[in-house]
Design a protein around this ligand. Sequence first.
Ligand code: AMP
Length: 283
Amino acid sequence: MEVINSAKEIVERIAVLKSLGKTIGFVPTMGALHDGHFSLISKSLSQVDITICSIFVNPTQFNNADDLLKYPRTLADDCNGLEKAGCHIVFTPTIEEIYPGGADNFKVDLPLNGLDAKMEGEHRPGHFEGVVQVVKRLLDIVTPERLFMGQKDFQQFTIIRYMIDQLKIPTKLVVCETLREEDGLAMSSRNRRLTNEHRQDAAVIYRVLNQAKVWIDSKSIAEIEKKAMDYLNIPGFKPEYFTIINGHNLETIDSIVDVKEIVACTAVWAGDVRLIDNMILKN
Ligand code: AMP
């Protein structure tokens, strides 16, 4: 596996690979890799010739300085894992490589059309501007045929799909299912920061999502959202939102009539660790 940290170098390397007719798959990450990330690598390996993974903790998507500071960084382990997973190239740039002269030089002028109005956008102001900015910059550098992202971040991939469409970027987005621990907790780099007790209790999130899937046929949306928030309100946990949306446009819904894809999305604080998850209730 090649490890490249210069943007110029990876651009040159990719030009050579493309001149040889190789197709490129790209998995952007912030590191502290787990099996969820490696499943994206496997998916890419099965669909394209060359798989590139980036590890970059993007400061512009953190609205909370403490969260950025505490974000786990495990580069050596990540590279070992990627090598074992069969990844071809890992791109590990510095902030200066991604944003030479400052991040303001790389603002993306793309109104998000309300896609960022609710859920993560509401609770993490500026988060999606940062995500759009970094993914656009990485796509400009890597120019992949395919981009692999997780369903785990439902609002994120929906916004990136919108960006790709609006900016007519010639990359196909492939959304990959959420990998979970045995008890159902969605794998996340943040899970390693949970206390043992919170880790055990965190399976409540998956249980509530499953419960919502049962409730959707018999209870109103408002009732499900309220019951789910109550259910998540266990000692040490603070649910931030539990919202049922139309998966196509991320709009909140009052009823399931005529909605093709119904998704429940939630964010919960477990101590000082913020966890998100979602489940498609109907499609
Ligand atoms: P992150 O490093 O958390 O920014 O995530 C990088 C990519 O991995 C994103 O596309 C995530 O949606 C995806 N991802 C994170 N956790 C999981 C998971 N448990 N299963 C599948 N994909 C995931």
